[in-house]
Write a protein that binds this ligand. Structure first.
Ligand code: AHR
Length: 640
């Protein structure tokens, strides 16, 4: 193949092209990015007396534990409390433990901030809280005094004397058994935080936050995904229940089979997006809840006549985010909760995957939300979520359409935007991933080809698709791999871009592809000759120029089983005798069958990692480069 990279700038690359889609799925928020270590910390979203009510809690030395709503809770938002009944006869310490999100990381040098509420009508003795291993080693202890018959918040810090060898550790609470014998103690709203990303209170787990930040994302779509929608109207994500002190947040039954604490709430998301330097894309509830996909006709859709309160709610949310603190009730509330300055907000996504309920969306839901919000906030831009072919009034100018498909679909789709109409409408590929080898059932089971972790072959196919998105970034203004995070001990969706447990994480091959494309960004596209190919060689590319750094980038995916050499010709002046290459490929001999299905896993996190190298350019106007079988490469050249 001969490939000429011209000096013709064929378009501006939007600054929003690469970023993340976010929702709490796979314990991505609670148990993941949200740094809280204690699971089921306030018994939110559970029914007293059910098995789930005591998730992650266990008795120690014979205490009887139950969750009750028969006494007044810590706040009206948190009606459930932990009732600890001490038997009449007991020897030694007695109490209970929280097992965290399948373990707790104990790290020497870290300060952990802990708290809980407690009360008892009779017991007034000390309470000891500690970090312990499941085999009995104690890493840190704090003694709490002053329990009385009214709810009181107790705070403490842990500074572990040593790091634990593994995450088989618990948060342990005990009292003196004989002293407490026959008595009842109530507890509520526990919390235990390790240090957080940028030291933010109620903030993010550092390693996961750093990994997400490491791709240099420029958009952050939240809060879902299905988890925006709720399985009923009542259980939708309600912005106003995710703000303020965590004691005021009731939490909810999420869409993915576990309760959400909503500790990671609207302001935390907005602050986080700012920390990332990413533009928020705010999903608002559009009057539809998501249920069983085989019974779409039974999904709860708000009738047109009843929609206004939900539109008002969305307007209030946007006002809370964007209004000056001194001239708006909602802006003042935001200021009270710690954020004086309004946030920047440009994009509102109306619903999620409303292609599943296109009739009501096209008939009235889209129109009602867009018209009312647009009148109130004329600078906002709206993103639709139906099939692109669904006619909407007003016509959509931006649309989010999702692609969870097989490897070969992504290779073929590398050209799908080449012929997309240039009529002013733009795509947000707001969720996509190569999920399977199975062309007829890309969302099937692992047994039928679905991936547990992204594979090199899948990630190379995504890269091929991404060359098409970038090449057509006049009509694709944003994109996001999805889902983002997966706790390996409790997940609902595979594959995901980062997988972790209580102590470790692994960056997938798809993570590295996102990083390579996003970090190496041009400001303008450069025309190539040929522009793209979809015939003989499975080589896919896009060229760009960064006007600020005077760098030319060539991003290339080879999705085939053979190494491919391209003869590159440069029309621009190369100003350095050296270029740099970042390459993601299998280190194993490419001819070995199966190596392309290789993944990074928690146990083998570095099977495939990008390798950077410098290469000499003997002739300033050309270079031969061999792109290995099933690989993704970004070449960078200094030029003017
Ligand atoms: O990313 C997982 C789910 O896939 C999202 O919640 C939904 O939008 C899509 O169907």
């Amino acid at each position: 193949l001969e490939l000429r990279i011209t000096t013709s700038m064929s378009g501006v690359i939007p600054s929003t092209l690469y970023g993340y889609m976010w929702e709490d799925i796979n314990h991505s928020g609670d148990g993941g990015l949200y740094a809280e270590l204690l699971q089921n910390r306030a018994f939110q979203g559970v029914l007293p007396g059910t098995q789930n009510a005591l998730t992650a809690w266990q008795p120690y030395n014979g205490a009887r534990l139950s969750v009750t709503n028969k006494i007044e809770g810590v706040t009206s938002a948190l009606p459930n409390s932990l009732q600890v009944t001490i038997p009449k006869t007991v020897l030694g310490p007695i109490g209970f433990e929280n097992t965290g999100y399948w373990g707790i990381k104990v790290q020497a040098g870290w300060t952990y901030n802990g708290s809980f509420y407690a009360k008892s009508d009779t017991f007034t003795g000390p309470i000891t809280a500690s970090l312990k291993s499941t085999t009995g080693a104690t890493y840190a202890t704090a003694t709490i005094e002053g329990i009385s018959s009214t709810w009181k918040k107790f705070t403490f810090t842990f500074e572990p004397s040593a790091s634990a060898l593994d995450t088989n550790n618990v948060f342990h609470v005990e009292v003196n058994g004989p002293q407490a014998a026959g008595q009842t103690i109530y507890f509520g709203m526990f919390s235990l935080f390790p240090p957080t990303y940028l030291g933010r209170e109620n903030g993010m787990r550092i390693d996961l936050a750093e990994a997400l930040a490491g791709t240099n994302p420029s958009i952050w779509r939240f809060p879902g995904g299905n988890n925006l929608e709720g399985e009923s109207w009542a259980t939708r994500w309600k912005w106003n229940e995710t703000i303020g002190p965590i004691e005021n947040r009731p939490g909810r039954v999420g869409d993915w089979g576990y309760p959400n604490t909503d500790g990671l709430g609207l302001l935390e998301y907005l602050n986080w997006a700012e920390d990332l330097g990413a533009e928020p894309i705010l999903g608002i509830w559009s009057g539809a809840s998501a249920q069983n996909y085989s019974e779409l006709s039974t999904w709860p859709i708000v009738p047109e006549a009843d929609l206004q309160p939900y539109i008002d709610d969305a307007i209030n949310e946007i006002e809370f985010i964007t209004a000056p603190a001194n001239s708006s009730e909602w802006g003042a509330l935001r200021s009270k909760y710690g954020r004086e300055e309004p946030y920047q907000l440009r994009y509102i996504e109306v619903g999620n995957e409303d292609q599943f309920q296109p009739d009501s969306y096209a008939a009235y839901r889209w129109n009602a939300f867009v018209t009312a919000i647009g009148e109130r906030f004329p600078d906002l831009e709206f993103i639709a979520t139906t099939y692109p072919s669904t006619a909407l009034n007003p016509p959509y100018l931006k649309i989010d359409y999702h692609q969870y498909e097989s490897i070969s679909w992504f290779e073929n789709a590398a050209f799908m935007f080449d012929n997309y109409p240039r009529n002013g409408t733009q795509y947000f590929v707001g969720e996509y991933a190569a999920t399977s080898t199975n062309d007829s059932d890309a969302l099937g089971t692992i047994a039928t080809g679905r991936f547990l972790y992204p594979t090199l072959a899948g990630s190379a196919a995504e890269a091929a698709f991404m060359t098409g998105m970038e090449r057509n970034s006049d009509v694709v203004f944003a994109s996001a791999y999805a889902p983002s995070l997966q706790h390996i001990r409790n997940y609902q969706w595979t594959p995901d871009i980062i997988t972790y447990d209580a102590g470790r994480l692994v960056l997938s091959t798809s993570y590295y592809v996102q990083q390579m494309f996003s970090v190496n960004r041009g400001t303008h596209l450069l025309a190539t000759s040929p522009a793209s190919t979809n015939d003989s060689a499975p080589l896919y590319w896009v060229a760009s120029h960064n006007n600020e750094t005077n760098t030319v980038f060539l991003k290339v995916a080879n999705t085939g089983p053979d190494d491919l050499t391209a003869y590159l010709f440069f029309d621009f002046n190369v100003t350095s005798l050296f270029g740099t290459a970042v390459m993601l490929s299998s280190p194993t001999l490419s001819s070995i069958t199966g190596v392309f299905n290789i993944s990074n896993t928690l146990d083998e996190p570095e099977n495939i990692i990008p390798v950077s190298s410098a290469f000499a350019i003997p002739y300033p106007d050309r270079y031969n480069y061999t792109f290995p079988a099933t690989s993704v490469t970004v070449l960078a050249l200094e030029a003017n």
